[in-house]
Design a protein around this ligand. Structure first.
Ligand code: EPU
Length: 419
């Protein structure tokens, strides 16, 4: 298994280009199943989760052609299989995103139940209940969700909890359903809006994406289109923290500053000078240590849970004490113990971590447990004195495109050790 070796202490500086958003690309690839003609996608990031999704689609009979290494043509005109097997779902929960599209276009889907996960229980009961409200017959046997429907019909769905992939699955199901669907308490994340934009480009009728009420009028068929995936706001935020934690100055390009308001506010509170244009952000820490920040995670436009671990690393080297409260997932502090191995002074109680900043972390071997936890360990390693080895970086490869190359371009001493 590959590892990353980081020699900390370099102040990052320079420019970095942001890739397409993982959490947009995955639902958009699943939504390609809805079209009766090929679709062309651009700005799809090269990530292991994308490869897993492409393998899942290919297994179903979807033809995928990569043009010039940048454009993906996805032809789901003829599908021969309606199954998402355990081997794929267990490596990537987002495989469950094929449930809505398969059911609404083909009337059947067999999707393995995802099971537990490193960051929390993450049930999919709301996806299932929403599809049932739309008339689907769903049974769960042998670890599979077996969903059947003649044709889904529009429904009024009120989600108990804000769920990102739940909203996406139901939106994809509703676009080909008969009549009108209302999704209340819908997720407002930019990735949900990106998916809605893509569906609209294929001919879907959707109102209100980006608000908590989404209205969908079902249509008979969806057609081909071309679409470019949104920039990744979490990748953007991670590079900004990399600059802040090393006292550096970094400009990120090809991003969407308007999707990062909550994160930028906290970085400014930590002492960073932030400038922004329509598609770039420049953060300057001018060699200073960050000031500790308090935050709690919440659904968009609140502070994203996917940036929480990175801010734990920032607080670990900050001046003062910061409290971070995780409200979305029940077990998302796996990075805390690993940060302690680097010398962080923190205590976890329930969904709260209190971090007392120290002047210097010291490099050590640490182990990645999930994608964002891994990112926080890399960030801590950049700020630590000496050598940090981050093991199990397959988690990083799931969601960060060429992380070590991009960090090295900013002056980080980082290399991949093949294992
Ligand atoms: N929930 C339920 N029932 C459901 C669905 C969700 O109780 O049927 C609960 C979850 O257990 C959780 C909360 O609702 O406590 C919110 O979970 P959500 O469904 O929004 O998470 P998700 O859709 O599974 C997506 C991202 C995650 C990101 C979360 C929250 C994708 C592919 N994944 O997950 O991204 O953390 O939204 O913003 O979009 C990551 O990229 O590292 C990542 C984990």
């Amino acid at each position: 298994m590959d590892r990353l070796e980081i020699t900390g202490g370099e102040r990052l500086s320079g420019e970095v280009r942001i890739s397409g958003a993982k959490n947009s690309a995955l639902p958009i690839l699943a939504a390609a199943l809805l079209a009766e003609e090929p679709v062309v996608l651009e700005n799809v990031p090269h990530l292991n989760d994308v490869t897993t999704t492409l393998n899942l689609l290919r297994r179903m009979g979807v033809e995928i052609i990569c043009h010039d290494g940048v454009r993906l043509e996805i032809d789901a005109v003829n599908i021969s299989d309606f199954l998402a097997p355990y081997e794929l779902v267990k490596t990537m929960r987002a495989s469950v995103l094929v449930l809505g599209p398969l059911l609404s276009r083909f009337g059947r889907a067999d999707v393995s139940l995802p099971g537990g996960c490193a960051i929390g229980a993450r049930p999919i009961n709301l996806h299932v209940a929403g599809l049932q409200a739309m008339g689907a017959e769903i049974t769960i046997d042998n670890g599979f969700i077996r969903a059947r429907a003649e044709r889904l019909k529009g429904a009024h769905i009120v989600l108990d909890t804000v769920t990102v992939t739940g909203t996406e699955n139901l939106m994809m199901a509703a676009v080909l359903a008969r009549g009108e669907t209302v999704i209340e308490n819908a997720a407002r994340e930019p990735e949900v809006v990106d998916l809605a934009n893509f569906l609209q480009r294929m001919g879907a009728q959707i109102e209100g994406p980006g608000t908590d009420t989404i209205l969908i009028q079902g249509v008979e068929t969806l057609h081909g289109t071309s679409y470019s995936v949104l920039p990744d706001r979490i990748e953007s935020g991670t590079y900004l923290v990399a600059a802040a934690i090393t006292g550096g100055r970094v400009k990120i390009k090809g991003t969407r500053p308007d999707h990062l308001e909550a994160v930028l506010r906290k970085l400014q509170e930590a002492g960073a000078t932030v400038q922004r244009g329509s598609d770039w952000i420049e953060l300057d820490m001018a060699g200073r240590r960050p000031t500790a920040v308090n935050l709690h995670t919440s659904p968009y436009p609140g502070f994203p849970t996917d940036m929480q671990a990175q801010f734990c690393a920032l607080n670990a080297v900050a001046v003062g004490t910061g409290t971070i409260i995780e409200t979305i997932f029940e077990n998302r502090f796996m990075h805390a113990q690993e940060l302690q191995r680097l010398g962080a002074d923190l205590s976890v109680e329930g969904n709260t971590v209190v971090i007392r900043g120290v002047e210097r972390l010291a490099g050590a071997p640490v182990m990645a447990t999930d994608l964002r936890a891994s990112a926080s360990l890399v960030l801590a390693g950049l700020a630590a004195e000496g050598v940090t080895i981050v093991e199990r970086i397959y988690h990083i490869d799931r969601g960060y495109e060429r992380l070590e190359e991009k960090l090295a371009l900013l002056g980080a001493e980082i290399r991949r050790l093949p294992g």
